[in-house]
Design a protein around this ligand. Structure first.
Ligand code: SF4
Length: 690
């Protein structure tokens, strides 16, 4: 039997059928859908393999001594132990002694129930999620500019009609290949310090590759705005009718003459002028940003600088043009709307907004005063674990911060300092392996739920097969723990349709309104984009009439260029930047366990220019020790003749001694609290072996 569902990995959420393969084990096959048009990448094709993996955890695991081995136990024993320990810590130290860490990979239903569980069952303010490391800068900049953040405010197929697309800090040719089918614009402009697969594609197809020095993306965006204005390419009517704040923003751009921009970024003057001219004269154009623009201590302002350019050219809120953020994680969009963020309640509401608190408290059947206030952001939360004032216990779902957090050695020390770490997972990730309790949960194809993809489109994830005996869903785990912590059972339903219905009520009237989203609409194949305030509503294209600020106008942000927090010096003479590769997803906890993917990319590598490698005495294939002020990682040398001589690149999908995040800098963006994953100063040393 074949069941239609969607890929477990990235935000493109490609459609697939899962059916028995030749050996009887489940296998994924591509299906037609607007985002993937019948395509799947290598990760999607092999995604079903993990469903029958011998590495599945199928019994709760418990240990009372962190240095000892896990023992298998039954669910009642495990849940009773966790609930009793959480209750004891709360009683002794207050509700903020327990923390919750969620994920942009969780379904909408799980994201919602997790936020409710933290605020009601635990009463803690200490909840955040790994999406803080992914999308938070773009979300903050989108809210600032448009009054509401929906990563892409238009269906992806719209992009195919554009004459020019500028991609800033995104590499879809490698990270989400089916998206390339939509990047058919005659001129593609790729902004990336690295000659990525997408940059190479652009050059081969008549486009441009602008390669700014790491950490200078904002300066390039300011320079493009300057070049567009001096070439008389701005849409003055649009600026006048649909925006505010242009002149204040221009004061920052005014100094970025092309020559000045070249000095800061290294991008040649003629390329800056050419890119501005292409964008400003196109019949339809899109500016799309990704993690390369966002994962900086200046990430929010950097994205704002790109949005300023798009606004000045009159792109957002128009058919056939626009600005969009390319979400990374599978439910990166939905995951940030339903209340698992430290500062938010469902419906994309602020937790410090009295009206929002009253509305959500009403749906939850409690008084607004019972809801805690905002808590720590993801890195600040992880960095506080086990400290005098920080949480003493943490419940973690769908995340692997021992690999994915910046400066991971410090984070691993903080995780080790907890009195109780409980991880819900289906394999023994690096973080699960550090836990006191591991609760075995169902995978994507073993449960029902909804996801919101990078377009803001709602999708139905279907159960293809039953979970192995002994495995429970995350919703069942949360519901069981909530009742053990004294909550009424009816307050924490464990059926996805019941949770979705309640999510709809909680989000009603908010920015991300899901009150008209029903399983029936999705089952019938209806295209539903939020906001969907009633059973007939759907919003494929945002802001066509007005932006979401009270006056209906978009806001230019007055932002300048500040640069990276850490620059190369005599001790650490190179920039290091990190990113994804084709064959692995996020921390690699899933994809490193899939035979074909592990065989293709079994180990960490570092891309270097041959001259840079030679200066450190490193040949192709040698093991290198890459060292930053935070720590060191081991990676095999890969020479790239087209690499910048001042920059090395490392994929971040490997753990332990090969974790790229051993190097990365946890300095945070002041608005989004995004760490600076994209720029570290490092040196290369010879290593005998990994
Ligand atoms: Fe599609 Fe992303 Fe899955 Fe690849 S990983 S098949 S691009 S959803």
């Amino acid at each position: 039997m074949s069941t239609a569902t969607h890929c477990p990995y990235c935000a493109l959420q490609c459609a697939m059928h899962v059916e028995p393969g030749p050996d009887g084990a489940p296998a994924a096959r591509p299906a037609e859908f607007p985002t993937n048009r019948g395509g799947l990448c290598r990760k999607g094709w092999t995604s079903a393999e993990l469903l029958s993996s011998p590495e599945r955890i199928t019994r709760p695991l418990l240990r009372t001594d962190r240095t000892g081995a896990f023992t298998e136990t039954d669910w009642d024993t495990a849940l009773d132990h966790v609930a009793a320990k959480l209750a004891d810590l709360r009683a002794a130290h207050g509700p903020d002694a327990v923390a919750v860490f969620g994920s942009g990979s969780l379904t909408n239903e799980k994201s919602y129930l997790l936020g409710k569980f933290a605020r009601l069952a635990l009463g803690t303010s200490q909840i955040d999620y790994n999406g803080r490391f992914c999308m938070s800068s773009a979300a903050a900049a989108g809210n600032r500019a448009f009054g509401l953040d929906r990563g892409m405010g238009f269906p992806l197929p719209d992009v195919a009609s554009a004459e020019v697309v500028l991609l800033a800090g995104a590499n879809p040719a490698e990270t989400m290949p089916p998206m390339m089918g939509h990047l058919t614009a005659p001129r593609l402009i790729v902004v990336d310090p690295r000659r990525s697969a997408t940059a190479a594609y652009a050059l081969e197809h008549g486009g441009l590759h602008l390669a700014p020095r790491p950490g200078t993306d904002a300066a390039l965006a300011l320079g493009l705005l300057h070049a567009a204005r001096t070439q008389h390419l701005l849409d003055e009517d649009y600026i006048c009718a649909r925006t505010t704040g242009f002149e204040a923003a221009w004061r920052y751009a005014a100094a970025f003459w092309p020559e000045q921009t070249e000095q800061v970024t290294g991008v040649p003057v003629h390329r800056i002028r050419e890119a501005a001219r292409l964008l400003g004269t196109a019949g339809g154009a899109y500016v799309l940003t990704g993690r390369g623009s966002e994962q900086h201590a200046t990430g929010t302002d950097t994205v704002s600088a790109w949005i300023n350019l798009a606004l000045a050219l009159g792109l957002p809120g128009r058919e056939g043009s626009g600005y969009g953020c390319i979400t990374g994680q599978g439910n990166g969009q939905g995951g940030r709307e339903h209340g698992q963020k430290a500062d938010q309640l469902p419906g994309y509401r602020r937790i410090d907004d009295p009206a929002a608190r009253t509305h959500v408290a009403g749906v939850w059947g409690v008084e607004p005063e019972e809801l805690p206030g905002p808590g720590r952001s993801a890195y600040e939360l992880l960095d506080a674990l086990g400290t005098e004032d920080g949480p003493r216990a943490m419940l973690l779902l769908g995340s692997n911060p021992a690999v994915s957090a910046p400066g991971t050695e410090r984070v691993r020390n903080r995780l080790s300092a907890l009195e109780l770490l409980v991880t819900c997972d289906f394999v023994m990730s690096e973080t699960a392996a550090m836990s006191d309790v591991v609760l075995p949960v169902a995978q994507w194809a073993e449960e029902e739920g909804t996801m919101t993809n990078l377009e803001g489109r709602l999708l139905r994830r279907r159960a293809v097969l039953s979970a192995p005996a002994g495995v429970r869903t995350d919703l069942e785990v949360l519901s069981s723990l909530a009742t053990r912590l004294g909550q009424p059972a009816e307050r924490f339903p464990d059926r996805p349709d019941a949770v979705l219905a309640e999510l709809g009520r909680a989000s009603a009237g908010g920015g991300a309104d899901y009150s008209g989203v029903t399983p029936e609409r999705l089952e019938q194949g209806e295209e539903v984009f939020w906001p969907a305030a009633d059973a007939a509503a759907s919003t494929p294209r945002m802001f066509l009439d007005a932006f979401a600020h009270p006056d209906g106008r978009a806001r230019f942000a007055a932002v300048g260029h500040r640069g990276a927090a850490e620059e190369p010096d005599a001790d650490y003479p190179l920039y290091a930047t990190t990113g994804r590769m084709m064959g692995h997803y996020q921390s690699g906890a899933q994809t490193r366990r899939i035979g074909e993917l592990a065989a293709a990319e079994p180990e960490a590598y570092v891309e270097v220019h041959p001259d840079t490698g030679a200066r450190a005495g490193l040949e192709e294939g040698d093991w290198a020790r890459v060292v930053s002020r935070r720590g060191a990682t081991l990676a095999r040398i890969r020479h790239r003749a087209d690499a910048r001589a001042d920059t090395v690149f490392l994929p971040f999908h490997f753990g332990g001694a090969q974790a790229a995040n051993n190097l990365t800098n946890p300095v945070l963006d002041p608005t989004s609290r995004m760490p600076e994953f994209k720029v570290s100063a490092v040196r290369l040393e010879h290593a005998d072996t990994a």
